[in-house]
Write a protein that binds this ligand. Structure first.
Ligand code: GAL
Length: 420
């Protein structure tokens, strides 16, 4: 009896010991690869991290710096090829489809059905989140690239109004330059030049031209006079940047506008995240506007978390992450900080500032008008190979290695080769 007692006692002690360590050992974990490393981006991502942590899910962070995500995608490729995918990875547009075709993404259909994603997430986003009818990614937001971000004081001091057309924009930039200020804050990296290109194509040719060129990849459109004008305009914009632009990160270019060193940045609405993170207010410290001459059209990109096929021990945490991302409270809290519009159409705009409300309204209008077009620069117009081929031509021309005449010809051959 005594022996039994001692045995039972020991077992209870052992069990208690096991219980004491078990919560850590059995804790649910998500390992998340992303490129949200700037101040505004990290602040937004922290909303998701905290939400999951409040549900007992440990966040294992895999941040890979580099706007636009090129470096992150290189790391991801190495990890998946090595048989070690993360639980989830930030991903853009056609990249999601390419990974889904490889058969490495998880099936989120049960969660999507339970939470009604089909009804609340717009079809233009679903086109990227679903592969052959299966949900493989959870969309976080709707960003767009055709914005300008303006230092209000510089514009006020020079008596400038927000430009409504290309010519007005150039007139404003000329005045800033004449006043001895940097007119355009720019970071010389291919994806940033491509981001400007989205807007210049749109303002020069309108939505139909944009679609024919960057989505349909029509060779005749590439060699058109209009496309030559696009490149001439890219060179014109190049004349407003400072000498130290080469290689500069996008958020440092935003900081130049925030600090009053430069008047304007042409950038997607993640730039607003930097202004907000720096304590700046729209309408007071800075102004947001659609790139002059592109009102009514939205060149969008949607950040999504593609979910990878993971072992049974990770699946419940992965499901929690997917569910949290689409919850309306998260969609509002995250996107208010990130600068984007929610990925769901049923989220109130009450908590958003004036630029956020405009982003939401513009997306809605563009959707109704059929002018919600995928951004080339951010992987929503063409697959990565074509996108990268275009990056090369755009950057070479911007930096003076090609004339506009050469650039249109290069565009035709580079895209044709990349399509094969
Ligand atoms: C984009 C992404 C945005 C923002 C930006 C700069 O590709 O969609 O969320 O992070 O890169 O890093």
């Amino acid at each position: 009896m005594n022996k039994l007692k001692a045995f039972l006692c020991g077992s209870v002690l052992l069990a208690a010991g096991a219980m004491a360590v078990r919560p850590a050992a059995a804790a649910e974990t998500v390992e998340v690869l992303h490129w949200w490393t700037s101040g505004g981006e990290a602040a937004a991502l922290a909303v998701l991290k905290k939400k999951l942590e409040s549900q007992g899910v440990t966040w294992q962070d895999v941040p890979i710096a580099g706007g636009g995500g090129e470096q992150a995608m290189t790391v991801l490729r190495a990890r998946v090829t090595g048989g070690n995918p993360p639980t989830a990875s930030q991903m853009l547009g056609f990249d999601i489809q390419d990974w889904a075709a490889q058969g490495v993404l998880a099936n989120l259909n049960d969660i999507a059905a339970k939470e009604g994603w089909d009804k609340t997430i717009p079809p233009s986003l679903q086109a990227f989140s679903k592969y052959k009818g299966t949900w493989v990614a959870a969309p976080v937001n709707i960003h767009s690239t055709n914005w300008i971000w303006v230092n209000k004081k510089i514009f006020d001091d020079l008596g400038l109004k927000l430009p409504q057309s290309w010519d007005e924009f150039i007139a404003d930039l000329d005045k800033v330059k004449a006043a001895g200020k940097v007119a355009l804050a720019h970071g010389g990296q291919p994806w940033q030049e491509a981001t400007i290109f989205d807007s210049v194509v749109l303002t020069t040719g309108g939505p139909t031209f944009y679609k024919k060129a960057l989505i349909d990849l029509d060779p005749a459109t590439f060699v058109s006079d209009k496309m030559k004008t696009v490149f001439e305009r890219m060179s014109k914009l190049r004349s407003y940047v400072d000498d130290n632009f080469s290689g500069r990160d996008w958020n440092l270019a935003s900081a130049m506008v925030i600090n009053g060193q430069a008047a304007v940045q042409i950038m997607g609405d993640w730039a607003k995240g930097e202004f907000i993170n720096a304590g700046k207010k729209p309408g007071v410290d800075f102004l947001c506007a659609r790139f002059p001459g592109t009102q009514g059209t939205v060149t969008f990109n949607t950040d999504q978390f593609a979910m990878f096929k993971v072992g049974a021990d990770r699946q419940s945490a992965q499901a929690k992450m997917a569910t949290d991302i689409e919850s309306p409270d998260f969609q509002s809290a995250f996107n208010v900080i990130k600068g984007s519009a929610p990925a769901r159409t049923d989220v109130s705009d009450a908590a958003f500032d004036a630029c956020g409300k405009k982003a939401i309204a513009d997306v809605k209008e563009a959707q109704a008008e059929g002018t919600l077009l995928g951004s080339l620069a951010h992987g929503h117009a063409a697959r990565a190979a074509v996108k990268n081929a275009m990056y090369d031509v755009i950057t070479a021309e911007f930096n003076g290695s090609y004339t506009p005449e050469q650039a249109v010809k290069e565009l035709v051959s580079a895209v044709a080769a990349a399509k094969q």
